[in-house]
Design a protein around this ligand. Structure first.
Ligand SMILES: NC(=O)c1ccc[n+]([C@@H]2O[C@H](COP(=O)([O-])OP(=O)(O)OC[C@H]3O[C@@H](n4cnc5c(N)ncnc54)[C@H](OP(=O)(O)O)[C@@H]3O)[C@@H](O)[C@H]2O)c1
Length: 431
């Protein structure tokens, strides 16, 4: 076989991540050539606006706004860092059908269409690599695909959205209200002008569907991920949680037991002595539990131009080595016949904050509502009282209970119209 001198790259997108990739390709060219055994050559870059100022821009002659020209350029690997569903999906499908390897950072696409894109890649004797789609620079996709693949994985617990983790950290440390913490995150460039995808938990849902699919070897669809965001959390929930020995984190969790797989995203109380409780600011972390490995924790920068470039370039180098050595990728197989468990079947402990009328007998009514539905109360603390309004606030910690039973209790508590103003918070406890 003739020795290859170069591996050709077409880059789709030259924004935050794409500029980092272009810079790394230029500044680390010699190192990469040594590691791969051939030069990695940037051959075309697709953008929307060719006149825009860039953090790092390759030679002007490489930049085009013509998708057909970019996709028609002779190359081995297409790196998709445009984002969004369309036309990214179409461009990736075209690239795979032309026998190109694909490297992508696109979580939405991989969460929704991962299985079909991977099947297309396998059929064409190439691969689609997506380390950067979850956790930015923190390695997690490759460890699940390779290093942990000998395990029966029982759970993946993750903080995989830096924006919300920053907001929750500010609410914990400074007692900030949600809106103020969000504004700070926006001022620092950690949150988008439209933060819905982050704060409503969609971004985490895409990512945990990808991680759970890898961990459990079956396709976890985004629609099967139970999702709650962080917009209703109040500063006092953070205070009460701290008094009880917990931090509040937006967790993305995939769990498997004999009955099936339950995948969920919601704010949760995490004991302060657990590693995940201490992952603060924009950091990401994923804790995986497997039968052979026990517990293992990955932590690192979940976003940003250069950390994400680190993940993209690792995939580019892996693909390049396979291309240079003429090796075929080992096809990925979803082997599990997986039953999905709805959240109603979850069993966990709960934190409930209820605003009540400040008069005798209320607590007994609430305890009865729980008891009637098989929910056992572990502790009750009366928190703030407003003498003028004659209201009080109580915080209840339950023993482990079924979610369906707990929800029935909550409906019954909300029905105590004379005694209960509202159920202010319901948070799951992840011990
Ligand atoms: N930013 C991060 O820290 C991070 C971390 C992990 C993963 N990701 C993922 O990486 C991907 C890119 O993110 P980013 O932050 O780099 O986005 P970005 O800054 O908005 O850049 C997107 C780039 O794609 C180009 N583009 C978008 N739509 C296009 C179209 N229809 N035709 C041609 N070019 C198009 C844009 O061109 P113009 O420049 O001309 O507008 C821009 O250069 C996303 O999937 C994101 O989820 C990002």
């Amino acid at each position: 076989m003739a020795e290859r001198e170069s591996v050709g790259i077409v880059l789709l997108g030259l924004g935050v991540v794409g500029s980092g990739v272009a810079r790394a390709l230029a500044e680390h060219a010699e190192t990469y050539a040594d590691r791969v055994g051939a030069r990695i050559e940037l051959r075309k870059v697709l953008v929307r606006d060719a006149t825009r100022e860039r953090d790092f821009a390759p030679d002007r002659s490489l930049i085009t706004t013509d998708a057909a020209e970019a996709l028609g350029t002779d190359c081995d690997i297409v790196v998709e860092v445009m984002g969004g569903e369309d036309p990214a999906r179409e461009y990736i499908q075209k690239s795979l059908s032309r026998g190109r390897w694909v490297v992508t950072a696109n979580k939405e696409l991989m969460a929704k269409y991962g299985p079909e894109l991977r099947a297309q890649a396998t059929a064409g004797g190439v691969d689609i690599l997506f380390e950067a789609s979850v956790g930015g620079g923190m390695p997690i996709v490759s460890p699940l695909r390779r290093d942990l693949s000998a395990n029966q994985i029982t759970s993946v617990r993750a903080i995989i959205n830096g924006t919300t983790n920053y907001i929750l950290t500010q609410m914990t440390r400074e007692g900030a209200a949600f809106d103020d913490a969000l504004r700070q995150a926006q001022d620092l460039g950690y949150a988008e002008a439209d933060p819905a995808s982050d704060v409503e938990g969609f971004d985490s849902a895409y990512k945990i569907s990808i991680l759970s699919s890898l961990a459990f070897h079956g396709h976890v669809r985004v629609e099967d991920v139970y999702r709650e965001g962080i917009t209703d959390l109040m500063p006092r929930d953070f205070r009460y949680a701290a008094e009880l020995g917990y931090s509040i984190k937006l967790l993305a969790i995939g769990q498997r037991d004999a009955d099936g797989v339950c995948v969920r995203v919601h704010p949760a109380l995490v004991p302060k002595d657990q590693l995940l409780a201490n992952v603060d600011g924009v950091l990401n972390a994923v804790q995986v539990e497997g039968d052979l490995i026990g517990r293992v924790l990955f932590q690192g920068a979940g976003a940003g131009s250069m950390p994400t470039t680190s993940a993209i370039m690792a995939d580019v180098l892996e693909a390049s080595r396979s291309i240079v050595h003429g090796s075929r990728p080992s096809p990925w197989r979803y082997t599990a016949d997986m039953a999905m468990k709805p959240i109603s079947q979850l069993t966990t402990r709960y934190y409930i904050r209820v605003e009540v009328s400040d008069r005798p007998g209320v607590l007994a009514e609430i305890a009865r509502a729980c008891g009637d539905n098989g929910v056992s109360i572990a502790s009750v603390i009366q928190k703030e009282t407003d003498d003028e309004a004659q209201t009080a606030e109580i915080v209840i910690m339950t023993h482990a209970a079924k979610e369906a039973d707990l929800q029935r209790s909550i409906s019954q508590i909300e029905g105590l119209k004379d005694d209960v103003r509202k159920v202010g918070a319901l948070l799951r406890v992840e011990d």
